[in-house]
Design a protein around this ligand. Sequence first.
Ligand code: SF4
Length: 376
Amino acid sequence: MEIQPATGKSLRHAPDNIPDELADIIEYRKSGLSLNHVIGCPLDCAYCVRHLFANYNMKRPHLVMNDEDAVKRLVSHWAFQPNITPIQVFNRATDPFLPGVKDHLMRTLELLDARKLTNHVLVITRWKVLPADVERLERLGHIRVTILVTWSGITDKRLEPVDSTIAEQSLATLAVHAKRTKRILYWRPLIGGINDSDHHIERANRLAAMADATVFTGLFHRAEIRDHLASIGAETSYVQTPRRKILPQELERRVINRFSGSALFRKTSCGVAFAHGVADYNGHYGIREICDICPASQLEICANQHEQPDKNRMDEVLKIAGLERQNAIMSDGYISVQNSEEQQRYYIQHSMCYQVHDRALPHHPNRHGRAEEGWE
Ligand code: SF4
């Protein structure tokens, strides 16, 4: 496959004084090792996580590093494992399909593909995916690409200036033109009292028919996001500002009861796994209640792969992650650790497809990793 040259419509370089979190272009997240060498976005979703990086006011996308150097940095990252580590591209501070950004997305994917890597690559967008884009994606031969099309159905322009019909059209384009490229209806953020009506759920049902899988999730309601929503008069009814996303129990139950598609998932990695016909790389199968809405065929795939890690392998992985062996305890379906950082836990989790929880942040049974607000 040919790596196409940059078009010359190059992005401006980011200023030198960007926050350290943004200058550091690689971040390990639960869904994968995330590469972010373009930052800045004009789409103005009021609940954007860029509030957390003091980047919300950068409306023009900027280049932090060229694609070749970014890919080299990714594949030489201590946590990167060829053909294993899931990768995400531009999921933190821009939209990968924006004009100008898209060139860098495609080139980054082609550079990864040229290395004959078979890692999952997740690309999240709410912008325009055109037939020519899909054609170019379909030429990739090794990396397993999933496009997650963010759709919320929110019509309050203060919350979300971008019309949801753009995402609907992108999903329709992928449905017609994509074969090896998988597509997910990424139904988010679901916010109680804002986009959770029966009408919204019916619209999501219609869209789900065009996707390989549907993943639904709630709202990050951190203090910075809450304050911004208040400043534009678009507060939600939520009170808490937790680390996890808020998705109240009653809303989750209603979505599940009214969903009429074939494959609905609580977890991003589960939707990706189903779309590609492989087991979940986050090992959620160990927390069996998460799987109570999963199609039987997928349950079987995950069950067949689910295996308690062997002691030697666990020793090796914990050592690379820099965690004390004596602090790791094998529990029923997950490994319990302490004094860990997210990137250490995700490295172990992805290395062995097995859940890893820190004892300071325990898993609450039957809450499916949602924040406490709205749950009994
Ligand atoms: S079986 Fe469980 S872990 Fe596997 S994809 Fe389904 S929900 Fe996820």
